[in-house]
Write a protein that binds this ligand. Structure first.
Ligand code: NAP
Length: 305
């Protein structure tokens, strides 16, 4: 029979890192699993994080690295493996990867969320050929060219501001006539002279053969359809929780987020949720990190019960 850990943490975004810091300091017998080489989760795709206390204007990658270095100093590093199933047998939590089967008394699920897809023709076919979900990763390929950003949230605003510095022209296609992103980001976006808003419009198709040449959009008010010529399409229409492996294990809401309060307590005893995968009002680095800390406090209470 394999070792039974006190705790397994799944994911090394800000929530998983926050949990690993608190679990290390609590000296829990802990295993930490992350599938990517880098730590930091979604922030590693972010050009600039300007709302994490003490780190004004830091790049997402640098913040991820700083967090990873902090937790490493406390003696914790994730094993790099892809989780393929999570189960429970007689109260023991079983996490399987391709190579191993791990067992624990408790789990903190900090698997985060992934980019939502538009689901329109051309999106899949032109992936990597002008269609991208990460402006900081791929923006440099569009220097002095034209780019379209789809979406109206924080990510769309940040992507458009970032691309406006590089590109000749940036269009922002949004389905309403008002952005969802923070006011400070809206102001920065509206100040970009080469950025143009395409309000009340939904994308119908991304055009091109071996590379993107345009995006067909429909104005939802006038029903007018037009094609915007562009070299790249950056899709920033929100996130979907990485909770596919959790169906039947813990209660999820209708969008797939884990139902758990601030303490991270889920419907299944001994399983805790932290970060963007949890149903909550505000998904930010600062709330993800605090979720990780809260979840460890709940784990400690659970282990002492
Ligand atoms: P988001 O805030 O959920 O915004 C998604 C945007 O895409 C919305 O404007 C939405 O339109 C639009 N949209 C959704 N589905 C669409 C569809 N099928 N077709 C066209 N448009 C669609 O997502 P996000 O910007 O990716 O951010 C994700 C989370 O990370 C959020 O909680 C955000 O606050 C957080 N975040 C925070 C920061 C920061 O604090 N600086 C930075 C990045 C991300 P509607 O507005 O009409 O719904």
């Amino acid at each position: 029979m394999s070792e039974i850990y006190d705790l397994i943490i799944l994911g090394a975004g800000p929530a998983g890192i926050g949990a690993a810091i608190y679990a290390s300091r609590a000296k829990l017998n802990m295993l930490w699993i992350e599938k990517k080489f880098v730590q930091g989760g979604q922030i590693t795709d972010t050009y600039e994080v300007d709302n994490y206390p003490g780190m004004p204007g830091i790049s997402g990658m640098e913040l991820g690295e700083a967090m990873a270095a902090h937790v490493k100093k406390l003696g914790a590093s994730p094993v790099r493996e892809n989780v393929i199933s999570i189960e429970e047998e007689e109260g023991v939590k079983i996490v399987r990867t391709k190579k191993h089967e791990y067992r624990a008394k408790t789990l903190i699920i900090a698997l985060g969320a992934a980019h939502r897809k538009l689901g329109i023709p051309g999106e899949e076919e032109l992936g990597g050929m002008g269609v991208s979900y990460c402006a900081t990763c791929d923006g440099a390929f569009f220097k002095d060219l034209t780019a379209v950003v789809v979406g109206g949230g924080n990510v769309a605003c940040e992507d458009a501001i970032f691309l406006a510095r590089l590109c000749k022209k940036v269009y922002v296609v949004h389905r309403r006539n008002e952005l969802r992103g923070e006011k400070i980001l809206q102001d920065r976006l509206f100040a970009c002279e080469n950025a143009e808003m395409v309000w009340d419009s939904i994308p119908l198709e991304i055009c091109g053969q071996d590379k993107v040449t345009g995006i067909k959009v429909e104005n939802v008010k006038t029903k007018e359809v037009r094609t915007i010529e562009t070299d790249g399409v950056f899709i920033a229409v929100g996130i979907v929780p990485n909770s596919q492996l959790l169906k039947g294990l813990v209660k999820l809401d209708e969008s797939g987020y884990i139902l758990a309060g601030e303490e991270g307590i889920t419907s299944t005893p001994g399983i805790f949720a932290a970060g963007d995968i949890r149903a909550k009002a505000l998904r930010q680095v600062v709330t993800a990190v605090s979720d990780g800390a809260n979840a460890v406090a709940s784990v400690q209470k659970y282990l002492l019960r």
